[in-house]
Each structure stands twice: as structure tokens, then as C-alpha cells.
Design a protein around this ligand. Structure first.
Ligand code: GLA
Length: 376
């Protein structure tokens, strides 16, 4: 991965000096979607698909970026709506803390697909930040790295995301699921208990856009529901979603029930109850479809197809929705059949992945961290 990014940099902009590389994994949410921005609980993991970013100082003061077969350059690292935005946002965000960040040339490469609900946007920003920290020989705490990545994505790139992706990518550990409390940032890890159960991701072929209007509207509705009920996070809503106006009630019910489902998913993992985890994933999809309204007919059809495959225990859309992918948990021997069944519905070939819970940056990029975070 490191080599691919360094090669991409040379291919795009020619030879140069002092290249540093950062690599960041993608993430899969098991249960707990569209709750992070109102302080909900999430069961998630980093996965063994990743993006690498190579960076080096620019010889002439221009900012350059390459990725997804494109090359861009400009005199300032501003957002213009192209493939440079996330990389330049990372540089700007770091530059707010460290004014010595020089103009850079950067290139991204890797096997984590874009626009599939696997947090490629957070991964490219974090990979770039790790590379820039290495180039400068600087260290940060895990909390600072999460904060800088969120500044890049929210304040500079303008995507109103929560902190699920950044925390999963930073704090995850190989072989375990991360139980995150997005109200406090606290977390614990639960081992993935089933060697015989695979986590399958299949892209729908419909590209999603977290920065889009609909994502922002879901976030605003969830925030309004909490504000109306006078609660700081969706964890305190309980059954009180019933008090909301009919227009807001489904959104309130989604966040109230999804955060509880995430808790139940962690209990199912601890109890080794794969059927219960599958049932919770199915229920999560239903809530995302009916109450949050972020599914699409194609995602629904893929989820239905997964449920018809014997020995598939559960399936749901993953990430922000409006397209992206479906994640399913399926017994290993049935994973190929399940992938084929979903790909037959999506009509997309070559877009199925069996993923494993992978280590996050605290492990894979330990050299950029100032000290172990107290909660890690
Ligand atoms: C995207 C956002 C996350 C989260 C999910 C939905 O991945 O970046 O913050 O809101 O959607 O759970």
C-alpha cells in the first residue's frame, strides 16, 4: 500500500524528495447508524481495506493532489469540489495547529473503495494526516488526531458528519468490535467471537454522498428531536419519541431505538449469540429504511436477497445510506453464495469484499502518537 501511494505520487508529479506515507483503514458499522451526531452508541470495526497517502513538500509552492485517476493543482489548499478537497482539508486542518505545514504534493492509492459507505473520506483524511505528521516528525494524542480529522471533514470540507468514522479508524483493534459512546468518546472493545462467521460487504453501485443535503437534513431532524425533548443525546430519549410531532416522530424513534440496538449488539457479541446480532442488524436496516429514510429500493432488495440465503444471519445498509453498500454476517461456507446473490441484485461485478476486524491507527501508526490515550 505504501509503495502504491509513493508510486502514484511519482507517476502524477514526477520525482521528488522526502516522501512520507500514511495508511488508514476503512470501517464497517455493525449496528448504530445515524446516531453518532446525536451522541448515540455504535458497534463498529475498522476493516482490512485501506487507503495510503504519500506526501512531500512541493518544490514551487503549489498544492497538488492525485487520486482516483485524476490530478489537480492550485496555489492555495482551498475547497473547489474535486478530488483534492479531502487531502487539502487535512493539510488546512493540521495547519491551524501547526502553521509550519508547507505546500504539499500528495497522492492517494489503496483497496478501500470510495463512495461505498466504508468511510473512505475519513480514511483518506487520516492517512494524509499521518503522512504529514511523519513528514514533520511531529506527534499528537489520539484525541487530537480525531479532532483535527473532524475539523478537516466538518469545518473545512463542510460535511456535517459525526465522529464515528474517525474514532473507528483511530481506536480499533484487530479481531475486535469497538463499542463507542459518541456522547463522551469513551469506548471498549469486544472480541469478534466467531471464526466461522464472515463479514461480507457488497456495493450497490449507487454512489452515496455524505456531504449531500439529505444527510444534513437527517442530522438536523435528530438534533431537533433531542432539543424538543430537552435531552442532551439520543440515549436519553427512551420511549419519549412518542411525544414528538408526527413529522419528527420517525426520526426520533430511529435514533432512540438504534442506540439501544447498538448496546444489544454488543451484548450479543459478548454472549456469542450470532442469531441475535443478525436480528439486530435486520432491525437496524428496517429502522433506517422506514424511520430514517436513508435506504434505496436497491439496498432494500439486496438486504432481502441476503436474508433468503441460508446461513446468512443478518444484513443491513452500511454507512450514511442513499446508496453505498450492504453488510451481511454469514457463515463462511455460505459467503460466496451470499455475495453472488447480492451482486445479482445490484448488477455490479467485482464489488464484494470479505472483511475482517482490523487494527486502527493507534496500533498501525503508533509512531505519530504522543502518548497512549487514557481510555485506549
Ligand atoms: C457517515 C458519517 C458518520 C455517520 C454515518 C452514519 O459515515 O461520516 O459520521 O453519521 O454516516 O452512521
Amino acid at each position: 500500500m505504501n509503495d502504491a501511494a509513493s508510486r502514484a505520487l511519482v507517476d502524477a508529479f514526477g520525482d521528488g524528495v522526502a516522501t512520507a506515507v500514511g495508511v488508514a483503514p476503512g470501517r464497517v458499522t455493525l449496528v448504530g447508524e445515524h446516531v453518532d451526531y446525536v451522541g448515540g452508541h455504535v458497534a463498529c470495526m475498522a476493516v482490512d481495506l485501506s487507503l495510503a497517502v504519500a506526501v512531500r513538500p512541493s518544490g514551487d509552492g503549489w498544492w497538488r493532489a492525485a487520486g482516483l485517476g485524476q490530478r489537480v493543482e492550485r496555489p492555495e489548499p482551498v475547497m473547489v469540489g474535486d478530488i483534492g478537497d479531502r487531502l487539502f482539508a487535512a493539510a488546512q486542518a493540521l495547519g491551524r495547529r501547526d502553521p509550519t505545514v508547507p505546500p504539499l504534493e500528495m497522492a492517494a492509492a489503496g483497496d478501500l473503495p470510495a463512495s461505498t459507505g466504508l468511510a473512505s473520506s475519513a480514511a483518506v483524511i487520516l492517512a494524509a494526516l499521518v503522512a504529514m505528521l511523519r513528514l514533520a516528525g511531529r506527534r499528537v494524542t489520539a484525541e487530537e488526531l480525531v479532532a483535527v480529522a473532524l475539523t478537516a471533514e466538518r469545518d473545512i470540507a463542510g460535511v456535517p458528519c459525526g465522529d464515528l468514522d474517525q474514532r473507528a479508524i483511530v481506536h480499533a483493534r484487530e479481531g475486535s468490535v469497538l463499542a463507542l459512546d459518541c456522547a463522551t468518546g469513551s469506548r471498549r472493545r469486544v472480541d469478534w467471537p466467531w471464526p466461522e462467521i464472515s463479514v461480507l460487504v457488497v456495493a450497490s453501485g449507487e454512489s452515496h454522498d455524505v456531504g449531500g443535503r439529505e444527510y444534513r437534513r437527517r442530522r438536523e431532524a435528530a438534533e431537533r428531536a433531542c432539543a424538543f425533548l430537552g435531552v442532551p443525546t439520543c440515549q436519553q430519549i427512551g420511549e419519549r419519541w412518542r411525544e414528538l410531532d408526527p413529522g419528527l416522530r420517525p426520526r426520533g424513534r430511529h435514533v432512540a431505538t438504534e442506540t439501544r440496538r447498538a448496546d444489544a449488539a454488543v451484548q450479543a457479541l459478548e454472549a456469542g449469540d450470532v442469531r441475535e446480532l443478525g436480528r439486530l442488524m435486520d432491525a437496524s436496516h428496517e429502522s433506517l429504511r422506514r424511520d430514517c429514510e436513508v435506504s434505496t429500493p436497491r439496498l432494500d432488495a439486496m438486504v432481502e436477497a441476503a436474508r433468503r440465503v441460508p446461513r446468512c444471519h443478518g444484513a443491513r445498509l452500511v454507512g450514511a445510506g442513499f446508496g453505498g453498500s450492504v453488510v451481511a454476517i454469514v457463515e463462511r461456507e455460505a459467503a460466496g453464495a451470499c455475495a453472488a446473490a447480492l451482486a445479482a441484485v445490484s448488477g455490479v461485478t467485482g464489488a464484494t469484499w470479505l472483511v475482517r476486524p482490523a487494527a486502527g491507527l493507534e496500533v498501525t501508526a503508533a509512531d505519530v502518537f504522543a502518548k497512549a490515550d487514557a481510555r485506549s
